[in-house]
Structure formats: structure tokens, C-alpha cells
Design a protein around this ligand. Sequence first.
Ligand code: SAH
Length: 243
Amino acid sequence: MLQEFNIILVETSHPGNIGAVARAMKNMQLSQLRLVNPKLFPHADATARAAGAEDVLRGARVFATLPEAIADCHIVFGASARDRTISWPAMTARQCAEAYVGCLSPGERVALVFGRENSGLKNHELDACHYLLRIPCNPEFSSLNLAAAVQVVCYELFVAGGFQAESAVGDRGEEPLANAEQMEAFYRHLLETIADIGFLHPERSRTLMRRLRRIFNRIHLDTKEVDILRGIFRFAQDHNLKS
Ligand code: SAH
């Protein structure tokens, strides 16, 4: 889904950070990792911190220089925590995600370049970038850990990729949503129950029913939830008849 987005790490010193980046990427469905002249790679610390994302590490491509690493990319972002004396056009991680996720033509690739742990990206490296990429944060303490910075950017890409729509369905669990016919039967049963228990006469309950419909329309009941609620209605009706 996010194959067009390449995470590029420049001269990373700590192999553990490379592993943590792989994990952050895989959590957000990214897999394309490129390393520019890493100090130690492959390394046991990288594998350990990848914690299940070893496939991303195995697929990582190593390059000697940044120009080689970004050669086949069409849009290049340089992630930077620092204000620069020369100003580059900047985008936040969210703006970048909203501008490019789902908006690339086939074959187009985006490079997201992250700098060294101790000194970030050099100005000549930013010269190769179309935009600075910023993660908004505390201006007094703006430098995130490398893997944390990658995590935030990948998260924004993932969210922009429309995960919300999918999970709104997924979050309901396995049951299908109740259809309109089932909901009408549910409302008839609710109205009947309201009358049976003497809460309100059906003829005077039009406004109340409208409000109740609004509540249930907001929450999208599934068939199982409808069954549970109708079970409660039945119980209330039976109980009321007995008393
Ligand atoms: N000490 C370095 C920052 C190192 S953090 C410096 O002074 O620049 C390692 C990398 O994480 C940075 O090079 C940058 O690519 C990314 N990063 C950290 N915080 C960031 C932020 N707030 N916005 C964008 N990228 C950030």
C-alpha cells in the first residue's frame, strides 16, 4: 500500500536505531528501507530492535552516497529538526502525507531522508531535497530520536492512506451491520416495548422515537447488537405482563 515511500537513513551510527526504524515502518505498512553508508550493518542490535520486522531489514538496500540512494525517486523530503539559516520550502509530516499518499502516478517514488543521530542532515544533503520535512513539536526541544521521527512520519502516511475508513468497519468485530429492514423491526419492537411498559403511549411518542432513531443511527448497530437489545425488550415486555 505504501510501497512508493522510501525511508532513507543517512550514516546512522547506532545499528539498534536501524532495527527500531524497521519496526516502526512495518507497524505502519511501509517496507522500503534504504541505508546510506551505515556505520554498522548488518548487526545483531539491528536485528534485536527490529523485533519481528527482520524482513524489512533483509530487504534494506545499502548505498555509498545519498545521490545514489535517491536516484530513482521523484520527490525528496529531508527530515530536519533544526531551523536552517537558508530557508527551504517546508511541509509538516501530515501535509506531506496528505499531498502524496494516493496521489502519485504509477512508478513515482517519494524519498523521506533522515539524518545522523548526532548531527542530522548537512546543508548540501538538503540541497538534494525538494522540501524540508518537519514534525511539529516543542520548539525548545525539537529533536526526536531517529526511530521516533520515522514512526511519526510513517504513522501520518498510514493514516492518510485511509486506515480510518477500514478500521471503522473492522472495529465492529465480525458481525455484519443490521440492514434497514432489521432496524425498522428493531424500532417497531422498541416502540412496542415503550408502550407495553407504560413509559409512553405510542401515539405520543413520535418525537421520542425520532430522537431514539438518531441515537441508534449514530452508532451503527450490528445484527448481534440488535439481537441483544431486542432480547432485553422481550424480557421487559414479559416482565411487565407478569407484574
Ligand atoms: N541532533 C540532530 C538531530 C538528530 S535526530 C540535529 O541537530 O539535527 C535524527 C533525525 O531524525 C534528524 O536528522 C531528522 O531527520 C529526524 N528528526 C528528529 N526530530 C525531527 C523533527 N522534529 N522533525 C523532523 N525530523 C526530525
